[in-house]
Design a protein around this ligand. Structure first.
Ligand code: ATP
Ligand code: MG
Length: 405
């Protein structure tokens, strides 16, 4: 079938008024950002749906892009024809036939936006249903759980028919919740935390610490590759790399071994917060999970968190590792994350970090260091890269779900 448009249904649109406008405007912008390569498309964001007119562009390609855009509940490829009952009946029959196998049931559902149209929804349902039954003698109509659902929409400019509904990514459009910094390591957890943040509408920027020559180019590239994987959900992501070598060496020389990890983490958080402030972001996300490793006990979080009052959000805080891994596999970051390039934390990790560090001690050890100078020099050397997704992520649209109409 030659589809003429994709009809997009919005996600969690429980909010009204200004928020609704903001939701739709953002989603519109995000859809345009992802689909800019297809100049023939016309995108019309309406109050309760978005219509993407294909003008000859391949429907499957566009649907593959739509699948990863947050704020979309589901979408249906549709065919526009003239508002002529005979034509509608014939097309509906063809659409049923496409999916029909002996034993399958069907249902016609009509919506009428154009109230001038000479038939009402019941009359259309009946006429089209009868036509299908006449032409496929063994088929049964089924109102509750039909196998094949044909949706007919009568609008001002024509009749729109669809027979398939695909599941969208859900969530809220990226950007509706404002901007935040994500502390991205090369591990499994922080990319998952980033995905979950974006799913709630947060526009994230990656902050990554690296320590040449102790960490290799591969470790840095791995963090960038992870960002490429996540960029498809946002259109693009800023990657901010922060040199951490001088700070780690200084800490190693001046701080007792039990507090190396705590003090390093306090510096990371301070630097991330300074970057957040410079770039006018609202919050910080990280991939910490309670109890996973020594740096992630509640005592440790208290000792690290002491350096800022900025909200720190930890989307995977209470998840089991196996569940985090499931998401990492789904978003295709897992295979990259388990590549064995050591990052700056692994290399300077003390063999026995304190699992219950004390805030006063951390402050005391830090007082020996030139915190401001170390921070200033690291911040002066940050590099920012704009990272965009590759097209290779496009997988076939497979998951067909039932219509919400
Ligand atoms: P991950 O799988 O995300 O690396 P992890 O279980 O290995 O997490 P840690 O190494 O203790 O845990 O790191 C905890 C969090 O600190 C990470 O999730 C990340 O948000 C942040 N972090 C760790 N290392 C870095 C780094 N090199 N650059 C930026 N953030 C980092
Ligand atoms: Mg890690």
């Amino acid at each position: 079938m030659e589809y003429t448009e994709i009809m997009v249904r919005y996600g969690e649109l429980s909010t009204k008024g200004k928020n609704r406008r903001n939701f739709i405007d953002r989603l519109h912008g995000n859809v345009e950002k992802v689909l800019y390569k297809y100049p023939d498309l016309r995108i019309h964001p309406k109050r309760d749906r978005m219509h993407i007119i294909l003008n000859g562009t391949d429907a499957t390609t566009i649907m593959n892009h739509l699948k990863v855009i947050f704020g979309i509940q589901n979408f249906s490829p549709s065919i526009r024809i003239d508002k002529d009952l005979t034509a509608i009946k014939e097309l509906a029959f063809q659409l049923v036939l496409e999916q029909y196998q002996p034993g399958k049931t069907f249902k016609i559902t009509t919506k009428r936006a154009d109230h001038q149209f000479e038939y009402d929804t019941n009359q259309i349902n009946l006429a089209v249903g009868d036509y299908v039954s006449d032409n496929i003698p063994d088929i049964q109509a089924e109102m509750r759980q039909p196998d094949i659902k044909i949706q007919v929409e009568i609008r001002q400019d024509g009749a729109y028919l669809s027979s398939k509904t695909f599941k969208g990514a859900g969530g809220l459009p990226v950007g509706t919740a404002g901007k935040a910094e994500l502390m991205l390591s090369g591990g499994i957890d922080s990319p998952v935390a980033g995905y979950l943040a974006m799913k709630r509408g947060v526009d994230i920027e990656m902050v990554h610490f690296y320590s040449p020559p102790y960490t290799s180019e591969h470790a840095l590239q791995k963090a960038k590759d992870l960002t490429v994987k996540l960029a498809k959900y946002a259109g693009n992501i800023q990657f901010i790399q922060v040199p951490f070598t001088e700070i780690q060496e200084t800490i190693k020389q001046n701080v007792p071994e039990g507090y190396l990890m705590t003090i390093q983490r306090r510096f990371m958080l301070r630097l991330t917060d300074a970057i957040r402030q410079q770039r006018q972001a609202l919050a910080i996300f990280n991939g910490e999970a309670v109890g996973q490793v020594a740096s992630q006990t509640l005592e440790s979080m208290v000792a690290i968190n002491d350096v800022t009052t900025t909200p720190i959000l930890r989307p995977v805080a209470t998840m089991d590792k196996t569940d985090i891994i499931k998401i990492a596999e789904k978003i295709d970051t897992f295979d990259l994350s388990i590549k064995p390039f050591e990052d700056c934390c692994t290399i300077f990790a003390p063999p026995r970090p304190k699992t219950k560090p004390r805030v006063d001690k951390a402050q005391q050890f830090e007082a020996q260091l030139d915190v401001a100078g170390l921070m200033e020099r690291a911040l002066k050397e940050i590099e920012v890269t704009n990272i965009t997704p590759f097209d290779s992520y496009l997988a076939p649209v497979d998951e067909q779900i039932s219509s919400l109409l």
